[in-house]
Ligand binder design. Sequence first.
Ligand code: PHE
Length: 361
Amino acid sequence: MRADDLAALREETAAQLAAAADLRAWDAVRVGVLGRGGRLTALLKALGALPPEARRERGAALNRLKAELEAAIEARRAELEAAALEARLAAERLDVTLPPRPHPPLGAEAGAIHPISRTMEELVAIFGAMGFRVAEGPDIESDWHNFGALNIPEHHPARQDHDTFYLPPGPDGRRPVLRTHTSPVQIRTMLTQPPPIRVIVPGRTWRADHDATHSPMFHQVEGLVIDRAITLGHLKGCLIDFLRAFFGIADLPVRFRASYFPFTEPSMEVDIGWNRRTGELGKGGDWLEILGSGMVHPRVLANCGLDPREWQGFAFGMGVERITMLKHGMADLRPFYESDVRWLRHYGADPLSPPSLAEGV
Ligand code: PHE
C-alpha cells in the first residue's frame, strides 16, 4: 500500500466525521476506523507481512496517522456532546416570564404594621412619655454580657433554664451566645452612659424552645432606670401606669409577687387580674403573670463601675409576643412568624395611625 491510501483514509474519515450528526453516528465512524475490524487496524495488521526495512517506514507513517485520526475523532466527540447539551438546555428551558397575578389597585392594599412591631411602638410611646429613651444591643452577645455581668455565675442553674444557643468559641476560648434576654443591654447601657439612666430596650431574643406558646426566636422589651434615690415605689408606680395604659384598662388590678432573678434584689413577678375561664382582662379574680422586675442588684451596678451606695434603680423585662397575644386574645404564637396575609390583615395595625397616648395606644 502506498502513501496515497493513507491520505485517502485521512480524507474519508474527516468527511465521515463531519457527516456524523450525533454521537451514535460518530461511534460508527470511530469503530470503522479504530475498531477491531477497522480500516486503520487492518493496515496496522498488514505491517507484519512487509520486509523489515519497508515495515519501519510504513509503521512510522501509520502511527502518525493513527494519532491524527484519534485526535480528530476525539475533537468531533467533544463538538457533538456540546451540541447535545445545547439542544437539551434549549428543550428544557423554563419560561419564567409568566405574568404575575394582578395586584390590587394602588391604595386598596395599604399594608399593615405587624402586631409585634405595633406592640413595640406602643411601648415606646408609653415609656417615651415617661421620659425613657430606646437603647439597643447586638443579638450575638458575649457570655459575660448575657450572664456573668448580670450576676449569673458559671454553674448557676439559671444558665440551664435559658436553653441557650451557643456559638463556636472566640479567640478568648469563650462561646458567644444568641442573647437569651434583653438584659445584657442593661450592662451595655450602664457601661457607656453615665446615670441618670432611663431606657427601654425592644429586641430579639433566643432560646431553644418551640411549641404553641414558645418560639426559638422571640422578642422582649427591657426597662432600666438608674438614679440617686430610686425606690421600689418608683418601680411599682411606673409598671402599674404602663400596664393600665397598654391594656387600656384604667383600673386594671396589678399584683407584685416576690420572685427571684440573679440580677435584681428584691425581685418581683408582676401579675394582672383576669378571668381565666373567659380570657377577659381586668376582672374575674384570677391572676396572670406578665413580667419580671426588681431593684438592680448591687453587684450588677458594681460590675458596671457604678457605686451601689450612690446609684440604685430598677429593671424589668417582658415578652412582646405574650403581651400582644393577651391584649388581642390570640391563642397561638406561631402565626406571628408564618407571614399568612389573612392573619396579618386581621391583626395588623394601620400604618397611617401610629400609637399615641392621646387616643389611647
Ligand atoms: N431577663 C428576665 C427574663 O428574661 C426578665 C427580667 C428583666 C427580670 C429585668 C428582672 C429584671 O426572664
